[in-house]
Design a protein. Structure first.
Lengths: 512, 474
């Protein structure tokens, strides 16, 4: 029942926050903070279980919902969803804290939307029924739409529209695929169900599987976002101050969807899509980096950094091996935190300076040394310096990709060089260099320091001690790879890569 | 007529007697609240009587009418919608000058017409119900004769509806010429015996389709919709969008299932074309609307397109999906028109989209209802529309009607665009000086009922789907 409790706590918190917002502007903040902290504490005991339990679902509940269609309220928790939930609640708490003073208008409704979005995200990470998954997938959109539209900058309504229409169109295509999968499974086995565990291994012609996979990809790649579909992201980042939440969570739902649904449900189709997927990943890494370098708007710059980082996730997922998948899981977590932290910094700067143009900044270090230090740490993290979680993540992805596709790995590594360039450019333009204007700004408040400090601890922690994360992720990674373990295809792939695996034996302790 | 005949007619008899009694009451003591209360009670009694007559089913009355679970279910939908609209009309007509009690009489005769359509099993009852409904609607639309728009809308509706009735009647006559019978079963038997359809028969069906298409506002017979929706008083527009279409839908489904029209290839193509055309026309025209009533009018064209295309599946599953869709659409659209009615004052209708600017910050409760309705129309989770759209796409994918599914998806995205636009206006910040009327308890009750229905159908629809599966078997 703990999983239902997680959702109920958020829902009740959302409604309470809205109601109390009418009388008091502090109560909603406290309520949503409390709801998120309660959820965090509800979930923490499971971490212990996750470290020991290696095979089964940690928690699994299955209740009947709409029996006529075979729809169940099937929620389950495993290592991957556990980590995603921890990230969700952490980023949720961060969003509440950083918006504590910044959001003054309609506080109650803001926190209602925040908690409703998180409800959708939590649902997505827990659903094991495809209908339920789609339900939560769509549920996040409306509150997010309001958050972008109401509390955004002046152009935000149009941006909110774009976001909504893009994601909705992708979601509907996924719905068709879900339904087609449902009927194909029903016709071959006689059991009509939306249950994920039963739908895995549905037998269908390769061409059909490929089409169905494209439907899922449409939804996930829009959220991720993949290169031609990324325009909503940059606009949302630059217009919506609440984008931290988006970067950390929304993108993760896309990556999570690829990981949890596309690979296990369509193992062969996904493998046949792998070359395209890898090319898209490489393009995202390099093109994202190039665009990031060309931006003068700090937030757009960060948006493109995020696009570039997401390329590693895409690349890793289509590499189909354990190391890459470990890297993808790491990347999902670290990218959420490092990009989130950069965005928070950008928002704090633009709120203090009333501009996001990095050409007008410069020499801010002596005014705001603490903010500068934190900015330095997170740019180092995001450019993948050893000692930070991002380094582990990207290294693992690159190693995994190297096993299957050397060219892609080589090209993607260039992305790391590019990352160094654009990251240093941020520091150069914002904190170092000549003063372009004599800005009068104040440094971080205690509240902001607290947030930044906790994020630093996490990202450095994951960089120095990645093993717990990798241990928790391992059964999930193996599970999603094992769905078609007996296939001849995979065996041939594996024998090919065996030689390389021996060369990478120094990573063995990491994998265990 | 036997005793059972009378007993099974009870719901209709209540609806017939009620307006007569109201007329008598008016002639003795004209008081708005009394008439309103009596009308509500009568409708509720009619609704309850549906459960009482249920054991007698199925029952036929001389090939004219058929009382089975299907028609009973439709009667339930019609009475429920009429009940909600009556609740919402209370505030709207209360402040009207002149005679306003007569509104309830006409509402009953219109409901009787729709109910007759739901039980019709013969052309004569079909046409009787159709005309009773149309004529009542002329009056309901043009009821406020001192205003310009209602009068214009009434005359438009009068002319076009008479033409459509003429088409329907002529079509029926041609079918009678070809087959020599007017009962649905007789027609079905004659067609199955006949083999190749004669040209007269085809023309007859075509003309009937024009008449029905007009009433359902399917493109290309949709021209009247937005004008009439805009001109009619808001509760009446809601009535046209729900009860009137519900009745026609009931007879349409029954008739064409009886004659197995959907297995006819040509008919299949015609209906597909009309449906897809309706979706695109409705949605594309809705995009630029600045008037919420017109917008809802156009969106109803698109929604009827979704509705009839799912019937093309031609089996019970399709009909069930259509009925679930219809039910959720009715609740939703009554919610939207209800909000318009409750925000309208004596002198002006709250119909411009700008009228809703910043509504959420001034009147959160009423704005939530409208937001729920619009989200439900757009098919967003937690609302009835989500499950309904899912159900329709579900059945569409099941039967492999991919053209239907994809045009529905494209249209959903277009639809989302304009529904969201209205929501964005409601949530935008801007100072608006228009004074909004306060809500009465009755209005609040109606809005609460509607929002709860939308949410229940969206979160826990299993029981209703089971019920429809049990009841609707054609």
């Amino acid at each position: 029942m703990i999983l239902i409790d997680l959702i109920i706590v958020l829902l009740i918190g959302a409604i309470l926050a809205w109601i109390t917002g009418k009388w008091n502007s502090v109560l909603p903040r406290i309520i949503s903070l409390a709801a998120l902290v309660v959820d965090l504490f509800l979930i923490i005991p499971e971490v212990v279980g996750a470290a020991t339990n290696q095979t089964k679902w940690l928690v699994d509940i299955d209740l009947s919902w709409i029996p006529a269609f075979g729809i169940n309220l099937h929620l389950a928790l495993d290592g991957l969803s556990l980590m995603m939930l921890l990230l969700t609640f952490f980023m949720g708490i961060v969003s509440v804290i950083i918006s504590w003073k910044e959001i003054n208008k309609r506080v109650g409704f803001f926190h209602f939307n925040l908690l409703m979005t998180l409800t959708g995200v939590v649902g997505v990470f827990l659903s094991l029924d495809l209908f339920l998954f789609y339900f939560f997938w769509e549920l996040m959109l409306v509150p997010l739409y309001f958050m972008i539209g109401i509390w955004g900058h002046k152009n935000s309504t149009a941006v909110a529209y774009k976001f909504f229409l893009y994601t909705q169109a992708g979601g509907l295509l996924m719905l068709i695929s879900i339904l087609a999968l449902y009927f194909i499974h029903g016709q071959t086995t006689g059991v009509y169900t939306f249950d994920y565990l039963q739908l895995i291994g549905t037998k269908m012609p390769a061409s059909v599987a490929f089409l169905l996979m494209l439907g899922f990809l449409a939804a996930f790649l829009v959220k991720l976002p993949m290169i031609p579909l990324h325009t909503w992201l940059t606009e949302v980042y630059s217009e919506a101050p609440t984008a931290v939440l988006l970067s950390a969570l929304l993108l993760k739902t896309g990556a999570y969807g690829l990981f949890r649904f596309v690979v296990p449900l369509f193992p062969f189709a996904a493998r046949s899509f792998a070359p395209v997927g890898m090319v898209l990943g490489v393009i995202a890494i390099l093109y994202g980096a190039k665009l990031a370098f060309a931006q003068t708007d700090l937030k757009r710059l960060i948006a493109y950094i995020s696009v570039s980082h997401v390329g590693f996730i895409l690349l890793g997922i289509f590499a189909f091996n354990e190391i890459a998948y470990q890297g993808v899981v790491m990347q999902m977590l670290t990218q959420g935190i490092s990009t989130g932290a950069l965005l928070i910094m950008a928002e704090q700067l633009s709120e203090r300076l009333h501009t996001r143009d990095i050409n007008q900044m410069g020499g801010l270090w002596e005014k705001v040394p603490i903010m500068g230090t934190i900015g330095l740490i997170f740019t180092m993290a995001s450019l993948g310096l050893p000692g930070f979680g991002n380094f582990i993540a990207e290294l693992l992805v690159l190693l995994g990709v190297f096993k299957t596709n050397v060219t892609a790995a080589v090209l993607a590594s260039l992305g790391l060089v590019a990352a160094a360039i654009y990251s240093l450019r941020i520091l150069q333009k914002v904190f170092y260099g000549r003063k372009s204007k004599n800005w009068e700004i104040h440094d971080l408040s205690i509240r902001e320091k607290l947030v930044a400090g906790s994020m630093i601890i996490i990202i450095v922690g994951m960089g120095l001690f990645p093993k717990p994360v990798l241990n928790i992720a391992k059964p999930v990674v193996l599970k999603s790879l094992n769905t078609q373990n007996d296939s001849a295809f995979l065996k041939s792939q594996e024998s090919k890569t065996k030689v390389m695996a021996e060369n990478t034996c120094f990573l063995k302790p990491l994998n265990r | 007529m036997t005793e059972t005949d009378f007993l099974s007619l009870t719901p209709l008899l209540i609806i017939t007697i009620a307006p007569v009694v109201i007329m008598l009451i008016i002639s003795i003591y004209r008081k708005y609240e009394i008439i309103f209360g009596f009308s509500l009670v009568s409708l509720l009694t009619a609704f309850v009587s549906l459960f009482i007559v249920q054991p007698l089913l199925p029952h036929r009355i001389d090939h004219l009418m058929v009382f089975d679970l299907y028609s009973l279910f439709f009667l339930g939908i019609i009475f429920f919608s009429a009940f909600l609209i009556m609740l919402l009309s209370h505030d709207y007509f209360k402040h009207l000058e002149g005679f306003r009690e007569e509104y309830f009489i006409i509402l009953f005769t219109a409901t009787l017409g729709a109910s007759l359509l739901a039980v019709a099993n013969h052309f004569i009852i079909f046409f009787l119900g159709f005309e009773l409904l149309s004529i009542s609607l002329y009056i309901l639309i043009a009821f406020q004769k001192k205003k310009d728009y209602p009068l214009e809308a009434g005359i438009k509706y009068l002319i076009l509806a008479s033409v459509s009735s003429a088409f329907l009647l002529f079509g029926m006559a041609l079918i009678y010429t070809a087959l020599g019978t007017m009962g649905f079963q007789g027609i079905a038997d004659a067609i199955s015996k006949m083999g190749v359809a004669s040209p007269i028969l085809v023309i007859g069906f075509g003309m009937m389709m024009v008449g029905i298409g007009f009433k359902l506002a399917l493109a290309p017979f949709h021209m009247w919709t937005s004008d009439v929706y805009q001109g009619a008083p808001a509760p009446v527009s809601g009535y046209i969008a729900t009860v009137s279409k519900g009745g026609v839908m009931a007879v349409f489904i029954r008739f064409f299932f009886d004659i197995k029209g959907f297995s006819n290839q040509d008919f299949f193509i015609v209906i597909s074309a009309i449906a897809i055309f309706s979706m695109f026309v409705g949605n594309l025209l809705a995009i630029r609307q600045q008037n919420l009533k017109r917008l809802l009018g156009y969106s109803s064209i698109a929604n009827m397109g979704y509705l009839i295309i799912i019937l093309l599946i031609g089996n019970n599953d399709g009909a069930r999906a259509a009925i679930f869709y219809m039910l959720s659409y009715f609740v939703t659209v009554i919610g939207a028109f209800g909000v318009i009615s409750l925000l309208s004052t004596k002198n002006r209708e709250a119909e411009k989209i700008e009228d809703f600017k910043g509504l959420f910050w001034k009147r959160p409760w009423i704005a939530i209802v409208l937001t729920l309705s619009l989200l439900s129309l757009a098919g967003i989770p937690l609302t009835a529309g989500f499950i309904a759209k899912f159900y329709v796409i579900f059945e569409g994918v099941k039967s492999g009607l991919m053209l239907l599914v994809f045009s529905m998806i494209i249209n959903s995205v277009i639809g989302l665009y304009y529904y969201i636009r209205v929501i964005a206006v409601m949530f935008s910040t801007g100072e608006e000086t228009t004074k909004l009327p306060s809500l009465s308890i009755i209005g609040n009750v109606a809005l609460t009922m509607i929002s709860i229905s939308i949410l229940i159908l969206g979160v826990y629809p299993g029981w209703l789907i089971d019920m429809i599966m049990k009841l609707v078997a054609l």
